[in-house]
Each structure stands twice: as C-alpha cells, then as structure tokens.
Write a protein that binds this ligand. Sequence first.
Ligand code: PFF
Ligand code: NA
Length: 438
Amino acid sequence: MSKREKFSGRIGFILACIGSAIGLGNVWMFSWRLGQYGGSAFLIPYFLFLAILVPIGLMGEFAIGRKMKGGSFKAYNVILEKLPSGLRNTISAIPTLGVVGIFLFYAIVTGWIIRYFFAYVTGKMNEVANISDYFEGFIGTSDSIIWHGIALLIVVLIVSLGVSKGIEKINKIMMPLLFIILIGIMIRSLSLEGAMEGVKYLLIPKWDMLLKPMTWIMALGQAFFTVSLNGCAMVVYGSYLEEEVDVVNATKQIIIFDTIAALLSAFVIIPAAFAFGLDPQAGPTLLFITVPSIFSSMPGGTIFGILFFAGIIFAAVSSAINMLEVPVEVLKNNFNISRKKAAIGVTIIVFILGIPLDLNMNLFGMVADISSVYIAPLGAVIGAICIYWIYGTKNILPEINKGAAKKQGKIFELAAKYFFVPFSIIILILGILLGGIG
Ligand code: PFF
Ligand code: NA
C-alpha cells in the first residue's frame, strides 16, 4: 500500500479546513436564518453552540482521523469492532452518505452561482430586466444541468490532484481572496444610504424568538453545518495531518474564521437589502434575486457582481472539495481504487443522481432537508458516540493533546462525555420530532 497522503503543514491543513467550513452555509444560509429566527437573538444560541459544543466535536473528529490514519468509515469500523459486520459497516457508512447527500444539492447551487458569475462577466446580467423571472426561469429546468456539470468538473479536477497538490493549494489561494472580496464589498454595502437600518436589524434582537425551541434547534443545526461537523468531513482532513500539529488551536482558528465570514456576509447582504427596500427575510432567494437586484441598481454593480459571485464560488468550491474527498478517501483506502478513478466515479454518480433535483425543486428541497437536517446531524451524533463514548475520552484525549499548546484535561473529558454527546442526541431527536427545517 502506498503511503498516506498528507497536508504539507499546519497552515495548509488549517486553510483547507477553513475552506471546508466557509461555504454556502455562511454566505447563503446564515443571513437567511438570522432573518428568520430573530436577528441577533439567533446569535445567542448560535454562539453558545459554536463556543462550547462545536470545539469538542471538531477536536474529536480531527484526533480520531489522525489516530486511525483513516476517514470515518475506517475509524468507526475499528471502534465498533464488537458489532456484527453488516451492522458495523452500515453505521460506519452513514456519515459518509450524509455528506454525499449534501454534495448532491450543494453542487447544484454551486452551478447556479457559476452561472451568475458568468452572467456578470459577459455583461448578460445587464440585459436581464427582471432578476426574479431570470432565476425562476432556469431553476428546476434542464438549464440548471449544464452549470451543475461545470461545478462538478471544477471540483473533480481539484480533488484528482490530491491532498497537498490539489485541495491544499487551491485553498491557499481561494481563502485569502474570499476575505479580501468580502471586506471590500462590505465597506461598499455599509456606505449605501439607508444601510444603517439593516445594521440595526442585525443588531437589535427579537427576544421572543428565543422562547421557540425551533430557534435553538436551527441554531445547533447551523452551528454544526457551518463548520462541517457531521462525523466525517473533518475526520478525513484530520487523517492527513502531521503528528505534531496542534488541533486544539486549529479548531479555535477554524471557528473564528468561519464566524467572521458569516458575519461579513450578513453585513454585506442585509444592509444592502435595507438600502434598496428589499426583503431581508427573502430566504433562499436572498442570494439569487435580492443581491443581484441590489447590484443592478447600484453604480459599479457589475464589478461588485463579478467579485461577489467569484467570492461565493471560492467559498462553495472549497467546501464541495471536502464533500468529494470524503467518499474518495473511503474508496481509495478501503477498496484500493485509485484517487483519480474514485474521484471521477463518484462525481459521475453524484451528477446523475443530482439531475432529477435539477429538474424538480420540490425534490431538491426534500433532499436538501433530509441530508442536512437529519442524516448529517445523525452522522455527527454517530461520530460523537463512537469517539467519546465507545473509543472513550481516555483514549482520544492524548491524541487531541498531541502537539497542543493548551492541553485539555478532566473538564474536557466530562464535558465531552456528559454534555456534548447527550446534548447532540437530544437536539437531533427534537429536530426530527419537530419536523425539520423551518
Ligand atoms: N461547512 C459548509 C458550509 O458552511 O457551507 C458546508 C459543508 C462542507 C458541509 C463540508 C459538509 C461538509 F462535509
Ligand atoms: Na460554514
């Protein structure tokens, strides 16, 4: 067997993880959730979860990947060795299936974004009289398929190049550019007349939303989704990690950068929506109708359109790379299929399975909900149970602390075992009972 691939070092690893974390969850879903669940009141449970639960989850996933020298499928198979093989394989495969499910719809949305980018670059967007008709006109139609294919082509090319030459390299370029773009556009957005109303909207909480359990459930779902915490995506990146890299510190940095990106995006989108009298709660269409409408009535809008959608392409592609790497690693390391063959094979399957979603927005919504609200959180819970309950805090702690400047101790063990795991299970069950996405 060939040697396991590795990130070239700490920076490459962190940037790849930041690339995975920052994605449509930040630039698309975050603003809309914020609007829907009480503005800054939503930030309270969201930040609580990001500060307390998410770090425990991420550290465990990085550490188990590095310890087992494998992705989640291998790691959980080892941890669950006492179970009969059929059951063991099924449980170990669930997190991977959850991520592949997310990949199905994520690749489609990435395609829409690439389409918008080109519409700005070629000047076609200037000719669009009604952006809402433009968007409604191609989603759910065969027009969406070609862009979906282009998105997947970009992702498969990068993943085929490997961990350090593909994934790491592209993230080192895309992530700094993304931040520069977001900061630039935010300054423009905040300087629009009437933008301060939007800032107020973001900062003044609607407290009563905190009384609704759904606010808390969605905050947890969003917190897990935004850092790619689902039992496998971060396990696979951890498995390419050098022994001496500090995962405690890396975890902190990933969460901080992901949060900055989410806030920057919200401060780009919401104030601009207010400045132009558009609905900040528009939800899924915020990015595809509201934002382009803003650009089309703003001086220099084409340039901002090009930059904004370029930035979102970076965000989305760097996340999609991680989604493809998850099943590719499984095939490569458990079934001895070459990286290129695995990457191309999975991409073709994901493309074909996605076509019905291109054509039917109800189906699209269903797959998006089922994979992101149920299966991915279930994957995170499976990971949490395997890592902290079955493998055990005693065994995983030394791996988390390896190379860490700030070592975790007894409190971490107790928090992982008696708080993080049970809490994740309860929220998963409540989410299912209360009926998913709002
Ligand atoms: N964290 C990404 C986002 O916020 O858009 C989404 C994501 C990436 C989910 C990677 C799952 C994954 F494996
Ligand atoms: Na994110």
